[in-house]
Design a protein around this ligand. Structure first.
Ligand code: PEP
Ligand code: MN
Length: 346
């Protein structure tokens, strides 16, 4: 349930509403909009609550939120959430591109990739140090050594870095190095991990679970928001279907659905969604055309030698082609690519 305060209501009136909510054993969550202050009521709502809240001074209206997720819903927070990382704005008019290898392998591999993708126009560097792996025999990442390489390359290139955190115990460690914490698809419903990253004040990218519905995904985001971290970015990375031609099926429709029902920024990861490098560009273009706020793309100097996900990794050349094609798509929908390095021309 949300309480919409009248424009120009007083601080005392807001305080009275918050106190009343807390007296009922419920939690109040204040969101300051451009015209109105909105107070979310979280907890077990009882039938008389709406009428009682409507009688308080300064209250314009009280609206029940129909969705099981509250803080993640657009009803609660009508304006888009904007996440800022240095001078990069996620969730605004600009399309932000995250690029880099699946896994951090060596300093040379990471630095070469970072310099190349930055020059082509990427804004943020990705690279896994703790890698979730379907098979225990595959490369599982360099661990803290990988985090140190990310920090070193960030210093040399000025690019913010995103990397995955897999366990609640590692949150502090990873948060000490990363600009954005990534929660991988396999951990989307690791609720202890979600609580833990929710307690940090670092932006979190929450990838969609392999077989998660949009509602389950938003409820996972709700865990992070409920801990007080409002810097959540969603990422569609494909879901498991009967189709075997692709690694997953990218649910492009989730992008406008998320935009409609939530205020959180949404990215697309066509690399993990398709599993095949030649499908990455078409799906990247489709995602941006559908309203995605950004892309996460796997790029490797030598995909044929990559320790992980070489089949879906773009060469520098192919990443350049993707960025060139992206520019007119962004323009066509009234957006533009965020500026970084030498921009690809349309
Ligand atoms: C990744 O981005 O490195 C990754 C493992 O992706 P996902 O969690 O979407 O499989
Ligand atoms: Mn990967």
């Amino acid at each position: 349930m949300i309480v919409v305060m009248k424009g120009g209501c007083t601080k005392e009136e807001i305080n009275t509403v918050v106190c009343r909510i807390e007296e009922y054993g419920l939690k109040a969550h204040i969101s300051q909009g451009v015209e109105h202050t909105i107070i979310g009521i979280l907890g077990q709502i009882f039938p008389e609550l709406q009428d009682r809240m409507e009688l308080l001074p300064g209250v314009e209206e009280v609206i029940p939120i129909s969705k099981p997720y509250k803080l993640a819903s657009r009803e609660f927070h009508p304006q888009n959430t904007v996440v800022k990382i240095n001078d990069i704005t996620i969730g605004g008019n600009e399309i932000v591109v995250i690029a880099g290898p699946c896994a951090v392998e060596t300093e040379d591999q990471l630095l070469t990739t970072a310099l190349a993708v930055k020059a082509i126009g990427a804004n943020i560097l990705r690279g896994g140090a703790f890698k979730p792996s379907t098979s225990p025999y595959h490369f599982r990442g360099l661990g803290e050594e990988g985090l140190k390489l990310l920090a070193k390359v960030r210093k040399e290139t000025g690019m913010p870095v995103i990397t995955e955190v897999m366990t609640p115990e590692d949150v502090e460690l990873v948060a000490g190095y990363a600009d954005i914490l990534q929660i991988g698809a396999r951990n989307m419903q690791n609720f202890i991990l979600l609580d833990k990253v929710g307690k940090t004040r670092k932006p979190v990218m929450l990838k969609r679970g392999l077989s998660a519905t949009i509602q389950e995904w938003l409820l996972a985001a709700e865990y992070i928001l409920a801990q007080g971290n409002d810097q959540v970015i969603l990422c569609e990375r494909g879901i498991r279907t009967f189709e075997t031609h692709t690694r997953n099926t990218m649910d492009v429709s989730s992008i406008p659905i998320i935009k409609k029902v939530s205020h959180l920024p949404i990215f697309a990861d066509p690399s993990h969604a398709t599993g095949k490098w030649y499908l990455v560009t078409p799906l990247a273009l489709a995602a941006v055309a559908a309203g995605a706020d950004g892309l996460m793309i796997e790029v490797h100097p030598n995909p044929d030698l990559a320790l992980k996900d070489g089949a879906q990794s773009l060469t520098f050349d192919n990443f350049g082609k993707l960025m060139s094609q992206l520019t007119p798509i962004a323009w066509a929908i009234g957006r533009k690519l965020a500026v970084s390095g030498v921009k690809a021309s349309p």
